[in-house]
Design a protein around this ligand. Structure first.
Ligand code: PLP
Length: 415
C-alpha cells in the first residue's frame, strides 16, 4: 500500500518516513496499522492528541453533534456550538485562573495563530520587531518561520526572514536575562525595541528546554518595564501537557497574549485560538480572516475536552505520570551511558544523545518503531528523543512503552 504515497504524495512528507506503516485505527495511546500491528504512541500526533485517540467522552459529544444535522463549517458566524464552547472555556478554564482574555478564532493551525499574534502585537505597539529565543519553533508560514530558529526549516523560505531578533533562552551558558536587558537598554545594541517577546515556556521542538519559573517571571518584568507585550506560544505545551492547563501557570504570570492550538479541539480536529487581553483587541473586522475559523465539530470537541480535563483532574494525573517517567529514565535509561542526560516537564520529557552522538536519537526512533513504539526526536542536531504520550495513557502501557524505549536505546548503544 506504500506505492500510492510514493507515487503521488509530495516529497515534503516527513513523519511517514520515520514510521513506515499504513495506519488505520487508534485508541487512547495505541495505534494499529492495516496489517493489524499495534504501536504504542509516544508522539500523540505532535501533541494534538492529549486526551487520547478516540476518547469516548469526547467522541460521544462529537458523534451526537454530527448525527443531528448541525452546522459543520460556519466561518465566524454566531453558532450554538461556538457559544457553548466559549461559555465552557470562560467558566471552567479562564475564570478559575483569574484570566480575562478575549478569544480570537484563527485559521485552524498553530502557525496561523502565531501570525495573528505578531500582526496584532505590531499593530498595537506600532513597532515591527519581535523578539524570540534561540531554539524556538513557532510554525512554518513566513511570519512565524521568521521566529523559528532551526536552519532546516528556515532554509525552505528563500526570502529574507525579517523583523525578528533572537536572544538566548534560559539554561544556556550565559545569563540570558542580563543579555536581554542589555539588548533592550543599550542605545547602541542595534536592536529596535520589539512590539513583543514571544516564547514557549518549554521549547518542545527545540529539544525539551524547560525555562525556570524565575526566568519566566523575569521576562514578564522585562516586558512590563519596557512596554513590550509578552506572548506565550502554548501550542504544544498547553492543554495539560505540563501538568497545568496553561503551561505558564506554574510561574504565576499572565501573558498579554496566549497562542493555543493542537489539543484544544479535544478530538484532533484542526483549531487554533489567540487569547488576547481585552485592551489589545484592536483588529478591524476581517483583518485576520480565514475560511476555516469556524469548524463547528472542533468547538464541540473542545468543550468536551475541557470538561474531560476538569472532570478527570488531568493536571494532577500528568504530575503523577511525570514521576513514573522520570523515575524510569533515571533508574533504567541514564545508567546505560553516563553521557545521556534528561530534562522535561509533565508528559513532555527528553533524553539527550548529543554528548554521545546525536544520530543515535534517530537510530533509537527506528529501533523503537521496530518494537512497536512511535516517538520523535527534536532539538539541536535532532539529538533529543522526545517522550510525549497522550496524557490519558494507561499506566501499564506507559511502562510498556518506556521499556521499549530503554531496549531501543540499548540496541542503539550496541549493548
Ligand atoms: C510551539 C509550537 N508553535 C507553533 C507550532 C506550529 O503549529 P502548526 O503545525 O499547527 O502550524 C508548533 C507545531 O509543532 C509548535 O510546537
Amino acid at each position: 500500500m506504500f506505492e500510492i504515497f510514493e507515487k503521488k504524495e509530495s516529497q515534503v512528507r516527513s513523519y511517514c518516513r520515520k514510521y513506515p506503516a499504513v495506519f488505520d485505527r487508534a485508541l487512547n495511546a495505541e495505534l494499529f496499522d492495516t496489517e493489524g500491528n499495534r504501536y504504542i504512541d509516544f508522539l500523540a500526533t505532535a501533541g494534538s492528541m492529549n486526551y487520547g485517540h478516540n476518547n469516548p467522552e469526547i467522541k460521544k459529544a462529537v458523534l451526537d453533534y454530527l448525527s443531528e444535522d448541525r452546522l459543520i463549517n460556519g466561518l465566524d458566524i454566531y453558532t450554538s456550538a461556538k457559544a457553548e464552547f466559549f461559555e465552557a472555556y470562560d467558566e471552567l478554564i479562564l475564570k478559575p485562573r483569574g484570566l480575562d482574555y478575549k478569544i480570537m478564532c484563527c485559521g485552524p493551525t498553530g502557525t496561523n495563530a502565531n501570525e495573528a499574534a505578531f500582526k496584532l502585537a505590531r499593530k498595537n505597539k506600532k513597532r515591527n520587531n519581535i523578539l524570540a529565543f534561540a531554539g524556538a519553533f513557532h510554525g512554518m508560514t513566513l511570519g512565524a518561520l521568521a521566529a523559528t530558529t532551526d536552519q532546516t526549516s528556515r532554509e525552505g523560505a528563500f526570502i529574507p526572514l525579517t523583523n525578528v531578533r533572537f536572544a538566548p533562552y534560559d539554561g544556556v551558558a550565559i545569563d540570558s536575562i542580563a543579555y536581554l536587558e542589555w539588548m533592550l537598554d543599550d542605545d547602541h545594541s542595534g536592536i529596535d525595541r520589539p512590539a513583543a517577546i514571544i516564547l514557549e515556556t518549554t521549547q518542545a521542538e527545540g529539544g525539551i528546554n524547560v525555562a525556570s519559573d524565575k526566568w519566566l517571571r523575569e521576562i514578564r518584568r522585562i516586558c512590563d518595564e519596557r512596554d513590550i507585550l509578552m506572548i506565550v506560544d502554548d501550542i504544544q505545551t498547553g492543554n495539560g501537557r505540563t501538568g497545568y492547563f496553561f503551561s505558564f501557570e506554574r510561574a504565576g504570570i499572565v501573558p498579554d497574549m496566549v497562542v493555543v492550538s493542537k489539543s484544544i479541539s479535544g478530538y484532533g480536529a484542526p483549531m487554533a485560538l489567540l487569547l488576547i487581553k481585552p485592551e489589545l483587541d484592536i483588529f478591524r473586522p476581517a483583518e485576520h480572516n480565514g475560511t476555516f475559523r469556524g469548524y463547528q465539530p472542533a468547538f464541540v470537541g473542545a468543550k468536551a475536552g475541557i470538561e474531560y480535563f476538569c472532570k478527570h483532574n488531568l493536571g494532577e494525573e500528568v504530575k503523577r505520570k511525570e514521576k513514573i517517567v522520570k523515575d524510569f529514565i533515571e533508574k533504567e535509561i541514564l545508567p546505560l551511558d553516563e553521557r545521556l542526560t534528561t530534562r522535561g516537564i509533565g508528559l513532555l520529557q527528553g533524553i539527550d544523545f548529543n554528548a554521545i552522538d546525536p544520530a543515535l536519537a534517530k537510530v533509537t526512533i527506528h529501533n523503537a518503531f521496530d518494537h512497536g513504539l512511535i516517538c520523535e526526536s527534536a532539538g539541536r542536531h535532532d539529538g533529543v528523543l522526545k517522550i510525549m504520550p497522550p496524557l490519558t495513557i494507561e499506566d501499564e502501557i506507559l511502562m510498556e512503552g518506556l521499556g521499549i524505549v530503554r531496549n531501543a536505546i540499548k540496541e542503539s548503544l550496541g549493548k
